[in-house]
Design a protein around this ligand. Structure first.
Ligand code: HEM
Length: 479
């Protein structure tokens, strides 16, 4: 007789194997949450307690808030005006109201950021020492070094060059369209199609670069773009988190990504002869995604709103004789379109986060000192009752009767306090100059990727960390 004693243990092992395979991650996530919450909940017991989404393996919620911020901001509303997410094992408190933003900002000049923005080793190798992530004397030294090129007066001095370059760029668009789409049309043709994102990535980038390096030759631009392409290829790793949070794990299991990082760092070092690499990365490469995001949404939203587009054209033609002054003004329809597009389509739905050294009381929740706090920008810019019932609509005229001081805690665009965006004046000149010359020369419509075609929203590029508008435009020359 054969003994069947072995059947039971094998059966048990098989069942355990399948349970772990199917439910392992769920079990791990469920067990981890109470442990990390007990170790550090981020809030004091003496105040209201907070809830929030479940901790996810292996990064917490940091990847989803980066790559799918818009949907997550909507989904996480159910946790109330103050809630908690996790970055790795670190709690991060999210605030969503102007009152909380005002209270948090009261000591904003003194807010450090988390090392490597809580994203771990890989991002640290690229950006860890960048100005935006530093604090105290190190931050002051770098800001003092770079700020002179970006002040209001320095930006005004460069405005004529930016404006002329924008006109030159717009004149070359038919040529770019041929290269990009492979379409065959004659220069005499009035209309052609143009992929929005592809067509408007390089202009703001090289304008920012020219602010730092001075005028660049075509060869220098080509060299810089070659290094930039290597840098763009790295985004997928730092956004993914996981094993890229750890030097040891990345070296053990993803040698290709580490190799790419080393190659990029070598090329970038050669380009900048070894100085201040991380801040230059922040000024250029990181902001490539930011400023391209802003440009693509500005163009798309104006193009897709007939009466707003017409009002812009009328205003532009009325200002033909004083374009530089027109671009620098903030009481124009052009400027309102710029601000309104950043309001409804912020480049990041959650800020990267910073902490206060004192207890912060947000709606009864007492946040422990030195706990990362994030702003839900969509909640401030759109869901906030300040913006009224049609807050989701792109309606620049709403800004006509709002005082700038009232925007302070009801609009998040260039940041807060002394850590406000250093590039804001130059960036706004670059973006407005480009849009001005573009809509002055062409009537623009959306050919593919419009709201109607895509369902509820426009087609969005999901390849990087800012969700840029990615549609096909139809450009028709104006007479
Ligand atoms: C329209 C485009 C831009 C927008 C909407 C924007 C927005 C922002 C925001 C919101 C912050 C604060 C981030 C935070 O700490 O939470 C910031 C910081 C910063 N931005 Fe911009 N930015 C833009 C373009 C640029 C450009 C072109 C540059 C290049 C010089 C730049 C340089 C910086 C720097 C250096 C910081 C860090 C400042 C500090 O910590 O002292 N930005 N930006």
């Amino acid at each position: 007789m054969y003994s069947l004693n072995w059947v039971y243990p094998v059966f048990l092992i098989a069942i355990t194997y399948f349970v772990i395979r199917i439910y392992g991650i769920w079990i791990l996530e469920t067990v981890t949450l109470p442990i990390i919450r007990t170790l550090n909940s981020g809030v004091l017991r003496s105040g209201e307690q907070v809830s929030g989404p479940k901790w996810r393996f292996p990064n917490g919620n940091v990847v989803e808030r980066f790559t799918n911020g818009r949907a997550k901001s909507e989904e996480w509303r159910k946790y109330g005006p103050v809630y908690r997410v996790w970055s790795g094992f670190n709690p991060e408190i999210v605030i969503t109201t102007p009152e909380a933003l005002k209270h948090f900002s009261s000591d904003a000049n003194d807010h450090p950021k988390a090392p490597n923005v809580n994203l771990g080793w890989y991002v640290g190798e690229i950006l860890g020492q960048a100005m935006g992530l530093l604090y105290g004397q190190d931050w002051k030294r770098l800001r003092r070094t770079f700020e002179p090129a970006f002040t209001h007066s320095a930006a005004a001095a460069r405005l004529d060059d930016i404006k002329n370059d924008a006109r030159g760029y717009v004149e070359k668009l038919p040529l770019f369209a041929k290269e990009m789409t492979g379409a065959s049309f004659e220069n005499s043709d009035k209309s052609f199609s143009l992929p929005l994102l592809q067509a408007f990535t390089k202009f703001p980038y090289f304008q920012t670069a020219a602010t730092i390096y001075g005028p660049m030759t075509e060869e220098e631009e080509r060299n810089l773009w070659a290094v930039t392409e290597k840098r763009i290829a790295l985004n997928q790793y730092w956004i993914a988190g996981g094993l890229y949070r750890s030097k040891i794990l990345a070296n053990l299991f993803s040698r290709g990504a580490v190799q790419q990082l080393r190659e990029f760092n070598r090329g970038w070092r050669d380009f900048n002869v070894g100085i201040l690499l991380h801040t230059l990365d922040e000024l250029l490469m990181l902001n490539l995604d930011v400023i391209t995001h802003v440009v693509t949404w500005f163009i798309l939203l104006v193009a897709d709103h007939e009466h707003i587009k017409q009002e812009l054209y009328d205003e532009m033609t009325a200002n033909d004789d004083g374009l530089a002054q027109y671009i620098s003004r903030s009481d124009t329809h052009l400027h309102r379109c710029f601000i309104e597009s950043m309001r409804v389509r912020p480049f990041a739905i959650f800020t990267i986060g910073e902490s206060s050294s004192v207890i912060k009381n947000f709606h009864g929740v007492r946040v422990k000192p030195n706990t990362q706090t994030l702003v839900d920008v969509l909640a401030i810019n759109v869901r906030n009752p300040f913006w009224g019932p049609n807050s989701k609509e792109f309606d620049p005229s709403r800004l006509k009767n709002i005082k700038t001081s009232d925007l302070r805690y009801n609009l998040h665009s260039f940041g807060i306090g002394s850590r406000k965006c250093m590039g804001q004046f130059v960036a706004s000149h670059i973006v407005k100059s480009l849009v001005l010359h573009l809509f002055r020369a062409y009537d623009i419509d959306v050919l593919k990727g419009s709201k109607e075609q895509e369902g509820d929203s426009y087609n969005v590029d999901k390849a990087s960390w800012t969700p840029k508008a990615d549609v096909l435009l139809k450009l028709t020359k104006r007479d």
